[in-house]
Design a protein around this ligand. Sequence first.
Ligand SMILES: *Cc1c(COP(=O)(O)O)cnc(C)c1O
Length: 363
Amino acid sequence: MIKGEDKTMDIVSNIKIERSNGSKLPFVDFNNIKFGKQFSDHMFVADYKDGEWQNLKIMPYAPITLSPACAAIHYGQSVFEGMKAYKNEDGEIFLFRPEENAKRINKSAARLCMPEIPEDMFMDAVKQLVEVDADWVPAVEGCSLYIRPFLFASEELLGVRPADEYKFIIFTSPVNGYYSDEVHVKIETEYSRACEGGVGYAKAAGNYAAALYPAKLGQEAGFKQLVWTDAKEHKYIEEAGTMNIMFHIGDALITPNTELKTTLAGVTRGSVLTLAEELGVKVEERRVTVSEVIEAAKNGTLKDVFGTGTAATIAQVSSITYEGERFDLPALETRTLSNEIGQVLQDLKRGRAEDTHNWIYKI
Ligand SMILES: *Cc1c(COP(=O)(O)O)cnc(C)c1O
C-alpha cells in the first residue's frame, strides 16, 4: 500500500461540468505520442471579474474567444504551471506534489500583479479535470498526462496597468518522455534568461519568449540546451534551458541556490535534493561558478551533470561546451546518483514505491 492515499482531496469548489459528446480518444495512439500535439477532451475555465473568481466550469476542450485588446497579449500578464498525472498497472492515477504548483502559481501571479487563485480551487479544478479525462492518462511506462494550468489578463484594455479581469484555464495533454537524444549544452555568456530584481523566479510566459532567440542560436550550433549564467558577469551558473541544473562534483551534489530569485524553484529540484540527502550525499545549494565546473570537468571530479524538471524529471547532460571548448561527461550508465534518484522518482510517481514524504496524491 502506498501511503498518500489518505490525501485524497475533498472537493470544496462549485465546478459545473459540461461533458463533451464524443471523445477524441479513439484517434490517439498512446504508443506513439507527439509531445504537446494532442489535447484531452475537456478543459477547466474560470473567470476573475469584479474582484472574485466566478463561472468555474469543466467543458469540452475548444478555442476561446478574446478581444484583440486582451491585456495579456500586449503586456504579457500571463503565468503558467506544468505538472503531470501518472497511472499505474491497476489504473490508479497519481499526482506528484500538486500543492507545490498551487503555491507557485500564486508566487508567479503576485509578481505580475495578478489575483491569487485559492489553493483549494486550484486543487479541485486539477483533480476534477483529471477525473473527467481519466482515460486520457496513459498507462504506458514513461508516458503521463501533462497538466497545464495558466492564468492571464483577459481584460480588454489598452492602458498599461494591472488588469481587472483574468482567466484561469487548465487543459491536459498525453505525453511521453521529453528528451530522447543526448543532451549537449553550451554555457551561455552573451544572453541572459533572468536578472536580479527581475521575474526569473516566476513561471511567466515572457521568460520563455525572451529565451527563444538565444536557444535558437544554440540549437543551430548543435546544442540542445543553453546553460544560463548570471546577467551581470556570466560567471555563475543559473539554469539549463527550462530546467534546474545540478552538478555531482566529488562527493557533493551542487546546485544554484534560489535566493537571488533569478532561478525558478522547481518541484523536481526540491525533490531531488531531498532524496539525495537521504542517500547520504552532501547537498550544496549555493552560487555555482562556471570556473569550478570547468575545473572539475578538467580534473575528472565532475561525475554528473543533469537538469531537473517536470517534463523530463532528470535529463542527464552528455557534454558541456564553454568558450568553444567541449567537455564530454562520463557515460550515462556510470551516473549512479542521477540514475538511482531518477528511478526512485519514477517509482514514486507511479505509486510503486512507499511514499514516505507524502508527495503523492491519489485521484
Ligand atoms: C518549470 C521550470 C523548471 C522546473 O520546475 P519543475 O517544478 O521541476 O517542473 C525549471 N526552470 C524553469 C525556468 C521552469 O520554468
